[in-house]
Design a protein around this ligand. Structure first.
Ligand code: GTP
Ligand code: MG
Length: 246
């Protein structure tokens, strides 16, 4: 299976060199694409110098749009699967092989920080939000998910065909909305446990107020995603997947 690792990146000049060096121990950099989303720093140049491919958006369009670009890039270049991998050092390359192996039993495999509790530290507010969203996503996907907002995941061949045609771009909702989209396309979702590094710098602290807003927003988006009419370009794929899973 030909696997592309896609790194959405916005102003990651400080981290991207180290991230690619460690990624190279698990995956060849010629099969890595950085989707530089209008960075104002040297992110793209550093990635290119390291030997990865770089696709740049002229303006910032968000992580969902960056992944949309990555899925199209993958299809055009003959890849069978795409792994989403953060450019800030939080995702660990040693889990890549496990994500690929997970495709034996699902169309999408998510690296979860929280299976059996996990060890990832997050604020109580953030953890509460993640639990609620995972619960709702589980109901949509009809399987138990513990970390629906995790960006560390792989899309296998059938998911790639769908996502190259259409991927959610709603800010901060793409990870969860893509699960609803996949389920409506008769694709299956599974999780494997992963360890994630704490954020290297900065403060991701989410106040209870912001966490509540964020949750409300995602639940609203999920509601819309579950009733939205299927985009025309996905109808044939959906019928084919439905037949295959019947
Ligand atoms: N293409 C693109 N990538 C982005 C954008 N915003 C963030 N990213 C990248 O997406 C990845 C995850 O972003 P983070 O800001 O670390 O998000 P997070 O890990 O969910 O949250 P933290 O806990 O704050 O680290 C990193 O590689 C970022 O560079 C964006 O607007 N466009
Ligand atoms: Mg991060």
């Amino acid at each position: 299976m030909k696997v592309l690792v896609a790194v959405p990146a916005l102003n990651e000049a400080a981290a991207i060199g180290g991230v690619l060096a460690s990624l190279a121990t698990a995956h060849p950099l010629r099969d890595v694409v950085i989707v530089d989303d209008g960075s104002r720093d040297a992110t793209a140049q550093i990635a290119r110098d390291a030997g990865a491919h770089v696709v740049s958006h002229a303006i910032n369009l968000g992580v969902g749009a960056a992944m949309g670009t990555a899925f199209k890039y993958a299809v055009r270049n003959g890849y069978d699967a795409v792994i989403q991998f953060d450019g800030d050092g939080q995702h660990r390359p040693e889990h890549i092989a496990q994500l690929v192996a997970g495709l034996d039993s699902a169309d999408i495999v998510i690296g979860s920080r929280f299976i059996d509790g996990g060890t990832f530290k997050s604020s109580a507010a953030r953890r509460g939000v993640q639990r609620l969203i995972a619960g709702v996503a589980s109901a949509y996907a009809r399987t138990k998910l513990t970390d629906a907002t995790s960006g560390f995941r792989i899309a296998g061949p059938r998911a790639l065909a769908v996502f190259a045609e259409h991927y959610p771009v709603e800010w901060l909702g793409d990870t969860v909305e893509s699960i609803v989209l996949a389920t409506r396309q008769h694709l299956t979702v599974a999780e494997i446990p992963v360890t994630m590094n704490e954020r290297a710098g900065g403060t991701p602290s989410q106040s209870v107020f912001r966490a509540t807003l964020y949750t409300g927003r995602i639940l609203f988006i999920l509601g819309l995603a579950s009733i939205r009419s299927v985009p025309p370009q996905l109808r044939a794929l959906r019928r084919a997947n439905e037949r295959a899973s019947a």
